[in-house]
Design a binder for this molecule. Structure first.
Ligand code: GLY
Ligand code: MN
Ligand code: MN
Length: 438
């Protein structure tokens, strides 16, 4: 609770006199009478630690009560069917907020809570039903003042404000992120040992999730991509149900979520355990680009420079591999590389896999600073039916993704224990996985 309180104190400096209103997501996880697992909204968790469904958190620094939580009321029948609830009294005590009400009483309090604030920080479109309630409460507040000629307070994007805080990870976050990374790395190593010709992508998914859960992760951080052969050229492939063939590569993009923080790791390796010569050339092109990007990961480097470097390296490789005949400069300057490297080089990482935080400051790319955490993930993808590419590279997709924490004078790669050198991968794949015995 100390950690959550400290975060609220920090936020208070930025938004004194205003209110931040954070909503839960609507009950989208209930689908055709099936309850999908619930996960708390990242920012509600970040500021309060509260984990139950259907909550609203209102933070009004400089006003009293300052922190207000709306929670599910106690309800014997609902609790018997859907799970236990703390209820307002216990939640107030446990989460150390100034006031806690049942969410069924939201409309009785909302207008009053928003009446004295200068500005409202809120994220529209997350919970459309609440969007309407909020606007109505502000309008009711305006009317309640009588004829003042004044309007409702300005509404600013909460995501941008909280993103500015969540971008710089604190010591507690770094510890949890490191655990998420360590567990995810172990799962990738286990998957490398497990894979051999004939296994199915879904079995590899099971190995990943088995290790995640056995090591204490709460859930998967995002749907894994386990893509064999030319499935790897589909960037968001999620069928995960095909057989791994002997001479194909396998791309795995997967990370667990541990205490709300996710890792996001990609590795690509040969199903057989040994890279063919063409696979090695193609793979090393991506590996070299990734290493070049890592070299400049330190305070002061502009975020956009990470992408500049991978574009430059991959454009040269696209030329050298004969994928495009033009010069490396032309491939880069005319953006021809986008045919084979269509995505960015990385993104902020944390409570969400594509975490909040602005990439631009005053219209310019943001310089990296200590305690920022992001992915570095260049890739190359050649569709199977690309008749202009050399035949040996058709149907190949390679991405290599690590999770990087900026330190005072450089970076720490929290996912470095998953091998990525050709020789290291081949050596690890020689080891037998206990899970093949199942
Ligand atoms: N796994 C999602 C991403 O790499 O961005
Ligand atoms: Mn990523
Ligand atoms: Mn990823």
């Amino acid at each position: 609770m100390e950690v959550f309180q400290r975060r609220r104190e920090k936020l208070a400096h930025f938004i004194k006199g205003s209110a931040m209103v954070l909503t839960h997501y609507p009950k989208a996880w209930r689908n055709h009478d099936v309850d999908h697992p619930f996960r708390q909204d990242s920012s509600i968790y970040y500021l309060s630690g509260y984990e139950e469904a259907e909550s609203i958190f209102i933070f009004r620094p400089g006003h009293s009560p300052e922190s207000v939580l709306f929670v599910q009321p106690k309800d014997e029948v609902a609790e018997m069917w859907e799970g236990r609830r703390l209820g307002p009294e216990k939640a107030k005590e446990l989460y150390q907020v100034d006031a806690c009400y049942p969410i069924t009483e939201l409309e009785d309090h909302l207008s009053e809570l928003l009446l004295p604030v200068d500005k409202v920080y809120y994220e529209f479109h997350k919970n459309p039903e609440f969007d309407k309630l909020l606007l109505q409460a502000l309008e009711d507040g305006r009317r309640s003042r009588g004829r003042t000629g004044l309007g409702i307070p300005p509404i600013l994007d909460a995501k941008e404000m909280i993103g500015e805080m969540r971008l710089y990870k604190d010591a507690e976050e770094i510890e949890v992120m490191a655990t998420a990374a360590r567990i995810s790395a172990e799962a990738h190593r286990e998957a490398m040992k497990f894979v051999s010709p004939g296994v199915n992508e879904r079995q590899v998914c099971a190995v990943l999730e088995f290790v995640f859960k056995m090591r204490g992760a709460d859930r998967i951080g995002y749907n894994p991509i386990v893509a064999t052969g030319d499935n790897a050229t589909v960037l968001h492939y999620n069928s995960n149900n095909q057989e791994c063939k002997e001479f194909d590569l396998l791309l795995i993009d997967s990370g667990c979520e541990y205490r709300y923080y996710t890792a996001d790791i990609t590795r690509t390796f040969p199903v057989s355990g040994t890279f063919t010569s063409a696979q090695k050339d193609f793979y090393d092109a991506v590996l070299n680009a990734q290493k070049a990007v890592l070299e400049v990961c330190k305070p002061g480097t502009l975020f956009k420079d990470l992408h500049e470097i991978s574009k430059k390296h991959l454009s040269q490789s696209i030329h050298d591999l004969g994928l495009i005949k033009e010069s490396a400069d032309t491939i880069l300057n005319e953006e021809l590389y986008k045919k084979y490297f269509p995505h960015g080089t990385g993104h902020w990482l944390g409570l969400d896999v594509h975490d909040v935080g602005a990439y631009l400051v005053d219209g310019e790319s943001r310089p990296l600073e200590e305690n920022m955490y992001f992915t570095v993930e260049p890739g190359l993808y050649v569709p199977q039916d690309d008749s202009t590419a050399p035949e040996q590279f058709r149907g190949m997709g390679v991405r290599i993704e690590d999770n990087i924490l900026i330190t005072s004078d450089g970076y720490k790669n929290l996912t470095e224990t998953v091998p990525k050198e050709v020789k290291e991968i081949e050596d690890l794949m020689q080891q037998e996985s206990l899970l093949t015995k199942i």
